[in-house]
Design a binder for this molecule. Structure first.
Ligand SMILES: NC(=O)c1ccc[n+]([C@@H]2O[C@H](COP(=O)([O-])OP(=O)(O)OC[C@H]3O[C@@H](n4cnc5c(N)ncnc54)[C@H](OP(=O)(O)O)[C@@H]3O)[C@@H](O)[C@H]2O)c1
Length: 349
């Protein structure tokens, strides 16, 4: 555990920031050295400023750390960012300009042409795009992003199918947990015993991010995937774990056993490189007819595995299935951590 790389967390007091703190405790490569949030938290010990919402205790050395102002002076070179998009749009470029590597969760820069949007199992090669960034050329700084929390579960289920059979059309309907809205998030009176069939900008993000993730690196940009894609997003009264009902049309005909094998045998760069946060099985198919369920399956692979089930023929497209992934782990902090591990393994830190 000696000589670990010091890292900072921007937005450390929020739901995703807390996951970073939890996942970085005892990390073999990285060590939390700096925490920042809004003026409300600045200058206070983290243990007081954060309304800790996780089931494990706050690591004592982190609880005692003072929350710094959200500016690059005094910040370490590697920054995990968990800020609302509007604030990220202003702050992330400032940190990159100052020479920091910013590993971001926010949507602010995800679709920018020279910003890699990466899920290491799906498109690790896209990370090279950061070499095109002006920040990289001027100060060595850069921004790398991970996708929206519902796009990530979907893309992990789609990547093995795209690789083996090709994708023509994708339709996805989500049932998204309340923790996806941050803290305090959705008012209890709005969500208890209810379903809200609208999450601002979520459907657009799922559609464009999925195409960018499954797109092809072409010099200084990404040629997006050309498959048809339609997403509908709903907020439901679940604490953690986004569930998605998906129908697909494939380019090549496939038998159900071949599809299940494509999911279960899917291994990629993080598994080959043995990155510390990489799950052994990025995608796992469960056979019980009433699974996956958030309560029982969201934590599979320490929250880093996407669980798929209920594969059956679709009356309109070819096949339909359900996929579930943990929104604050695989969909946020764990996704960024895996991106940072990939950056280290590829010599960018
Ligand atoms: N929750 C999820 O499942 C999920 C999944 C994927 C991506 N994301 C994305 O990750 C980001 C963070 O989400 P979250 O759910 O963690 O939100 P959150 O719980 O609302 O936390 C927001 C964080 O930003 C800080 N902040 C607010 N205004 C600031 C400012 N002006 N300067 C510096 N820091 C400021 C807050 O600090 P204070 O506590 O001091 O106010 C807090 O630490 C968002 O872009 C979100 O879309 C979330």
């Amino acid at each position: 555990m000696q000589n670990r790389i010091p890292v900072g967390i921007l937005g450390a007091t929020g739901i995703v920031g807390q996951r970073f703190v939890q996942m970085l405790e005892n990390h073999p490569w990285f060590e939390v050295a700096w925490l920042a949030a809004s003026d409300r938290s600045e200058g206070r010990p983290y243990g007081e400023a954060a309304r800790w919402r996780l089931k494990t205790a706050i690591p004592p050395q982190v609880a005692a750390m003072m929350v710094s102002p959200a500016s690059p002076e005094g910040a370490p070179r590697l920054i995990f960012a968990a800020l609302d998009a509007a604030i990220a749009a202003e702050l992330e470029p400032r940190f990159a300009e100052a020479g920091c590597g910013v590993v971001s969760n926010s949507s602010a820069l995800r679709m920018q042409k020279d910003v890699p949007l990466v899920v290491p199992e799906v498109n690790a090669d896209h990370i090279k795009l950061l070499e095109c960034q002006a920040w990289r050329k001027k100060s060595g700084g850069y921004v790398v992003t991970n996708p929206n929390c519902s796009a990530i579960g979907l893309v992990m289920a789609l990547a093995p199918l795209e690789r083996e059979f090709g994708l023509e059309t994708v339709m996805a309907v989500t049932m998204q947990a309340v923790s996806g809205a941050g803290y305090p998030g959705v008012a209890s009176l709005d969500i208890l015993g209810n379903v809200i069939p609208y999450i601002p900008k979520e459907e657009e993000k799922m559609e464009e991010e999925t195409r960018k993730l499954l797109g092809r690196l072409n010099g200084a940009g990404i040629v997006p995937g050309t498959f048809g894609m339609s997403a509908q997003c709903n907020r439901v009264a679940v604490e953690d774990g986004h569930t998605e009902s998906v129908s697909v049309k494939l380019t090549k005909a496939a038998e159900p056993e071949e599809i299940i094998a494509a999911w279960n045998e899917f291994r990629s760069v993080p598994q080959e490189l043995r990155l510390p946060s990489a799950p052994e099985n990025p995608v796992q198919y469960v056979t019980a007819s009433d699974r996956p369920q958030p309560r029982f399956d969201a934590d599979r692979g320490h929250g880093m595995t996407a669980t798929v089930g209920r594969l059956r023929p679709c009356g309109v497209l070819d096949w339909k299935f359900t996929v579930l992934s943990h929104n604050t782990i695989r969909g946020a902090a764990g996704a960024a951590l895996l991106n940072a591990e990939l950056l280290k393994a590829q010599g960018y830190l």
